[in-house]
Design a protein around this ligand. Structure first.
Ligand SMILES: Cc1cc2nc3c(=O)[nH]c(=O)nc-3n(C[C@H](O)[C@H](O)[C@H](O)COP(=O)(O)OP(=O)(O)OC[C@H]3O[C@@H](n4cnc5c(N)ncnc54)[C@H](O)[C@@H]3O)c2cc1C
Length: 276
């Protein structure tokens, strides 16, 4: 990060940390974009790259935050797998990420309780993962399940309770690690009013999906690009986000080269950072 930061500065990047963008719109002449910051400052730009990512969803379970960082996990790396070796764990979710994590954890833990809100795994998970999970003797899939309580002390989980369907009775298991894989919501609230097309879940559409003859990372508004987790259909991984960041540079060069011809005729280079 430090090296990337230094290199960006060498290329003349101006960093503003911390700053939150609250809105994006066109200027009156329809030639530039205006980004308004939380502190009221405005950034004027010829082009914008949206890279505001996504936040991972948290279910509403009482005291969840108490156990986060120690017993509640949003990913399953070798570290978590080692922590749980030989134990029972619970995993909430039914998408492909959940499926991969179930298979991964099952190779080291005593038992995985896969808690699924819907009626089956197949409606939201790839068949190869469903088949794999069904072949694992130490995975028990519980459908129509909802976590109803977490028990423990000093931030360490000791038991997880869940309920199935409308039943009033709860199942309680001595579980010290709970995994949550229930998807992500895009950080796109700040784009409301920008007229940038989003998909049904709020992720930014780009390329063909954005309509017209858009470039591959260009949004429905010419000159605005989107990369990384915030982009609809992107692979939600670091390497993919970084790759798209490199790829968008070429698209920006192309866009600005075309644009410069028009802008040079009408105005000077704009001031970039203006106070409120
Ligand atoms: C817990 C967890 C574990 C993960 N583990 C892995 C892993 O092991 N391997 C892997 O490859 N990927 C992993 N991922 C996914 C990976 O983190 C993402 O794919 C990657 O960070 C996406 O990069 P991004 O730049 O698109 O978004 P982000 O990294 O989310 O960055 C977006 C940034 O934009 C900022 N932002 C949002 N809104 C605004 C606004 N209005 N104004 C200003 N700034 C704003 C956010 O604060 C954030 O800093 C993990 C993700 C999570 C949450």
């Amino acid at each position: 990060m430090a090296r990337a930061y230094n290199q960006a500065q060498k290329f003349g990047v101006e960093m503003a940390i911390p700053d939150e963008v609250t809105s994006l719109r066109r200027d009156q002449d329809n030639r530039r974009f205006i980004l308004t910051l939380f502190n009221g400052e405005r950034i004027i730009a010829r082009s914008v790259v949206i890279a505001s990512g996504a936040r991972y969803r948290r279910p509403s379970i009482d005291h969840l935050d108490v156990f986060e960082g120690s017993s509640v996990h949003y990913w399953a790396s070798p570290l978590e797998r080692k922590l749980c070796a030989g134990q029972e764990v619970a995993l909430v979710g039914a998408g492909n990420s959940a499926g991969q994590a179930i298979v991964y954890l099952a190779s080291k833990v005593a038992k995985v309780w896969a808690l699924v809100r819907g009626r089956d795994l197949a409606s939201s998970m790839s068949h190869y993962l469903v088949d794999r999970i069904q072949s694992l003797p130490n995975v028990e899939v519980v459908t129509h399940a909802q976590v109803t309580g977490l028990e423990g002390a000093d931030g360490l989980l000791e038991a997880v309770r869940w309920r199935v369907g409308e039943a009033t009775a709860e199942t309680r298991r001595p579980i010290r690690h709970l995994f949550l894989f229930i998807g992500a919501s895009p950080n796109t609230d700040w784009l409301s009013g920008s007229a940038i097309a989003l998909d049904a879940k709020g992720f930014v559409l780009t390329g063909d999906a954005a309509g017209g003859d858009r470039l591959s990372l260009e949004t429905s508004r010419r000159g605005i690009f989107a990369i990384g987790d915030v982009r609809a259909g992107s692979v939600k991984r670091v390497a993919a986000a970084v790759g798209e960041g490199a790829q968008v540079v070429a698209a920006l060069h192309g866009f600005l080269a075309d644009r410069r011809q028009i802008l040079d005729e009408v105005t000077d280079v704009p001031s970039l950072h203006t106070p409120a």
